[in-house]
Design a protein around this ligand. Structure first.
Ligand SMILES: *Cc1c(COP(=O)(O)O)cnc(C)c1O
Length: 399
């Protein structure tokens, strides 16, 4: 059953993940085809004229505008998210930047949560103000701060929940209501939650952005991003921006991503189960000042996390009581888990945010986000849970 917005609500997530958006060619291939082509040809000059003149033509004309493999990825992700429309881009940052830049102009105001992925912080806090856009940051978990900031008319709200790396959870429904009263559209960076665990549109968000580089590829191979939202907004504001500025996803990457979506639910469920097990196992260890995981009873917003998310996600954040030296000893003692600033990979990865992903910030700015010198972010992969637990426990003991 397809509803008015073209969304098939009958087929379950796992079915859509495998079959949604498949567009077979005349060769009847089983798997999605990879169309490595920059251009497309026309049988006649009239056909080319029609392709450019028509507002309704769905014909492909140039891969910066659209490509059959990229389209299959967009359609599959659109169905999984339950959105009216989706556009894929080259990276997660291209998705974040395009989602904001396509709708903002000088004199506009943006309100964002402070706890953002480093490059998102740069776009909102440094880049947009250069173009005459005012940015205001709030503590995402403090609704009073949102209320105060959104008492002034605002064009866009940008937030990430759970946040990187401290796993702060934001009340999506409450913030969307405040934002809409202020006249703002809400953009949610849903990377940590994935399309499986959290549906921001259902809580009132207008736009969802992904770094497909993370769980959607899920195997550390390709860069990618996506923007999802209402068809009218995507077509009138986002598409012209993408067409003329050019952050297109390559067909090869789209092919990798569309195959990544097939196993997204299986992979994310498995990593979430292991992450919860590790968080529970490590909590209370005397070497750790804190263990953060949205579904741990000790998480300050566990009730909200359980309401908004199906599971706690694939990231666990540890604070070593012994500071940077202990965090480094831990990282250097790991034998199975790799040291890497990436996340959402099938391989478990650990990093020290204060000296890598968040080194651009001052110590005070990091402190405001709760990132201390002993903080380590652990991205839980698909290895055997007992093997991971043994490696991590041994490294914690060595810290
Ligand atoms: C990785 C990440 C991004 C950026 O995505 P890229 O694909 O690396 O450009 C944005 N937001 C969050 C939360 C991320 O984890």
């Amino acid at each position: 059953m397809v509803d008015d917005s073209g969304i098939d609500r009958e087929l379950a997530f796992r079915t859509q993940a495998v079959r949604g958006g498949l567009d077979r060619s005349e060769h009847c291939e089983t798997a999605e085809a990879m169309y490595l082509t920059s251009g497309f040809v026309y049988a006649t000059a009239e056909e080319a004229e029609e392709a450019f003149a028509s507002k309704t033509s769905t014909r492909f004309v140039y891969s910066r505008f659209g490509n059959p493999t990229v389209r299959m990825f967009e359609e599959r992700l659109r169905r999984l998210e339950g959105a009216e429309a989706c556009r894929a881009v080259a990276t997660g940052m291209a998705a974040v930047y395009a989602s904001l830049a396509c709708q903002l102009r000088a004199g506009d105001r943006v309100v964002a949560s402070r706890a953002l992925f480093g490059s998102c912080q740069y776009i909102v806090g440094e880049l947009l103000p250069r173009f005459g856009i005012e940015s205001v940051f709030v503590d995402g978990a403090d609704l009073d701060q949102w209320r105060t900031a959104l008492a002034t008319p605002t064009r866009a709200v940008f937030l990430e929940s759970p946040s990187n790396p401290m796993l702060e959870v934001i009340d999506l429904k409450a913030v969307c209501e405040l934002a809409h009263r202020a006249g703002a559209r809400v953009v949610v960076d849903n990377v940590f939650a994935t399309p499986l665990l959290q549906k921001p549109l259902a809580f009132g968000a207008d736009i969802v952005v992904y770094s497909a580089t993370k769980h959607i590829d899920g195997q550390g191979r390709c860069m990618g991003g996506a923007v999802l939202g209402r068809r009218e907004w995507i077509e009138s504001e986002l598409v012209p921006f993408l067409r003329h500025t050019g952050p297109a996803m390559s067909p090869f990457n789209a092919w990798t991503m569309v195959k990544g979506l097939e196993t997204l639910a299986l992979r994310v469920e498995a990593s979430c189960a292991t992450a919860l097990r590790l968080a529970r196992a490590l909590e209370g260890d005397p070497k750790l000042a804190a263990v953060r995981y949205p579904f741990l009873a000790s998480h300050p917003q566990v009730e909200l996390a359980r309401k908004q998310m199906k599971a706690g996600g694939t990231i666990v954040t540890l604070d070593f009581a012994g500071g940077k030296a202990a965090a480094f000893r831990f990282l250097n003692a790991l034998t199975l888990v790799d040291i890497s600033n990436n996340l959402g990979d099938s391989k478990s990865l650990a990093c020290h945010p204060a000296t890598t992903t968040h080194q651009r910030l001052t110590a005070e700015e990091r402190a405001k986000l709760g990132i201390v010198d002993g903080t380590v972010r652990l991205s839980v992969g698909l290895e055997d849970a007992a093997d991971l637990e043994a490696d991590i426990r041994r490294a914690v003991a060595a810290s």
